[in-house]
Design a protein around this ligand. Structure first.
Ligand SMILES: *Cc1c(COP(=O)(O)O)cnc(C)c1O
Length: 358
């Protein structure tokens, strides 16, 4: 079907194969058929999460599980690492949940470092940290491994990590990292439609959640675990998306995780090459740049709204003209999901043409 192809950093383009999978006939979610479906998906999810823990399916966008993590795991005070729109909002959500929260804030475009987290935690009083691995609004990839290692030095502190736009684009090995919650939404690097979140939790986090009052029902980690042990979900799940997830996981494992990571890195390099050739700069510093999207600094002062509009009108491609307070001073190009050297080549050719027309 002719449509505007998505190169925005989520939702991203969904393949015809995935769309087809969404249309399989419905089944009862308390049936053996559903258990068989979840049973087929579970080991594939565990492979991509690189975990022996069960992986949970939440019928919500990522924010449901982000808020749920706060409600399940914060009893004293949470340190929210804030470096862009999504991570900043997590601080507001913590407060909205009635929790004690402190923001570790850096300028948009800058990364959170392990030293910063260590220093704040050393002050004491915290029992949770939130981190957005890949801050989609600024194109910053935070040093998750180093931060996870530092949080481990502080016993009793749960590390809650949003891998919404990094999961399956770069390695995020759950067990090896030793994080407590890792969550993502389906509409970013997995290239599925929006509407479902996936997450894993550590044994320590589950044990803690079981002792926490007022964690609610819909995102209760204990309920998720109890149901998943029986290959079910607490409430009626978005079955079409689960069909699509099965189809996508088969593709991911057929491609192989390492080749998938390498493909994202190579496509990201192609976009970066275009950025440099045009004389643009990057918002994120070298060494902290996302592999799944590029946040371009508009140092040339082009009319980004016009660029977005020409890309759509003349090339039927959607790119993003910058998020929130950096709209216009930046723009963003996604290379996550099912893209190939050919499709990113088409994006670049369209960008070149559109820039000429500005
Ligand atoms: C897109 C995104 C979210 C929000 O996801 P929703 O699906 O809108 O809940 C959260 N975090 C990051 C890093 C994102 O890129």
């Amino acid at each position: 079907m002719s449509h505007t192809k998505l190169f925005i950093p989520g939702p991203v383009e969904v393949s015809p194969k995935t769309t087809q999978a969404l249309t399989r006939p419905m089944m009862g979610h308390r049936s053996k058929d559903f258990q068989a479906l979840y049973g087929r998906i579970m080991p594939m999810l565990q492979q991509v999460f690189s975990t022996s823990q069960p992986v949970f399916l939440s019928t919500s966008s990522a924010w449901g599980v982000m808020e749920g993590s706060i409600r399940n795991l914060v009893t004293q005070k949470v340190l929210n690492c804030c470096c862009g729109a999504f991570s900043d909002k997590w601080y507001d959500v913590s407060l909205a949940c009635g929790k004690q929260a402190e923001a570790l804030k850096v300028e948009w475009g800058q990364p959170i470092t392990a030293e910063m987290v260590d220093e704040r935690l050393a002050a004491g009083g915290f029992d949770a940290v939130t981190l957005v691995h890949n801050e989609t609004s600024t194109g910053v990839l935070n040093p998750l491994k180093e931060i996870a290692a530092v949080v481990k030095k502080h016993p009793g502190v749960s590390l809650i990590v949003d891998t919404v736009s990094s999961f399956s684009a770069v390695p995020t090995p759950f067990d090896e990292l030793g994080v407590d919650v890792m969550l993502l939404g389906t509409q970013k690097a997995l290239a599925l439609p929006p509407g479902m979140a996936l997450f894993a939790i550590s044994d320590a986090a589950l044990a803690k959640a079981a002792t926490v009052k007022d964690r609610g029902y819909y995102f209760d980690f204990v309920e998720f675990r109890k149901n998943a042990d029986n290959l079910m979900t607490p409430s009626t799940p978005v079955i079409p998306l689960i069909y699509a997830l099965e189809s996508k996981l088969e593709d991911i494992l057929a491609e192989g995780l390492e080749p998938r990571y390498a493909r994202h890195a190579a496509l990201n390099d192609l976009v970066h090459g275009w950025v440099r050739r045009q004389g643009f700069e990057f918002l994120a510093p070298e060494g902290y740049r996302s592999k799944s999207l590029t946040c371009v600094k508009n140092n040339l002062g082009i009319d980004t709204a016009k660029l977005v509009s020409i890309m759509k009108k003349d090339h039927a491609m959607a790119i993003d003209g910058g998020y929130g307070k950096i709209k216009g001073t930046t723009f963003r190009l996604s290379n996550m999901g099912d893209e190939t050297a050919e499709t990113i080549g088409e994006l670049i050719a369209a960008l070149d043409d559109s820039i000429r027309k500005l």
